[in-house]
Design a protein around this ligand. Structure first.
Ligand code: CO
Length: 134
């Protein structure tokens, strides 16, 4: 894995969270993006080499809606950038990790992503992400 790419934070209201994180980080988010397949709308803040991704559910069946219902707002996942997601998925499977998706899927911010089940990572939902080269 190359680096910590971003931390994903589940929020109830993206608009007010954007205002709060602008105050906290001293800068505005640089983009907002809806991922319709995941029923979320996201915004991104740059924090040096890494980013903060805020996620609001757009439907009650969204994983983010269920997370907030169970655990309240807060850190939802941490994401590591990888060079080759398929190679990394294969490596993790061989190491005994449980992956939440069989194939990489398209996530926000022009990335291919795959999630590792929190039960195989000490309660932390881990995202692997690889930039899509256009
Ligand atoms: Co993410």
């Amino acid at each position: 894995m190359i680096r910590l790419e971003h931390i994903g934070i589940a929020v109830k209201d993206l608009k007010s969270a954007n205002t709060l994180y602008k105050q906290l980080l001293g800068k505005r988010h640089y983009k907002t993006e809806e991922v319709a397949s995941e029923h979320v709308i996201t915004s991104f803040f740059k924090t040096g080499q890494s980013k903060i991704e805020l996620l609001e559910a757009t439907s009650p069946e969204s994983a983010i809606a269920r997370f907030i219902e169970k655990r309240g707002e807060g850190i939802h996942h941490i994401a590591f950038e990888v060079e080759d997601i398929e190679v990394e998925m294969e490596r993790l499977k061989e190491e005994g990790f449980r992956l939440l998706n069989e194939k990489p899927k398209r996530g926000a911010d022009n990335k291919l992503v795959c999630f590792v089940h929190p039960k195989s990572a000490n309660g932390v939902l881990v995202e692997l992400c690889q930039s899509i080269k256009e």
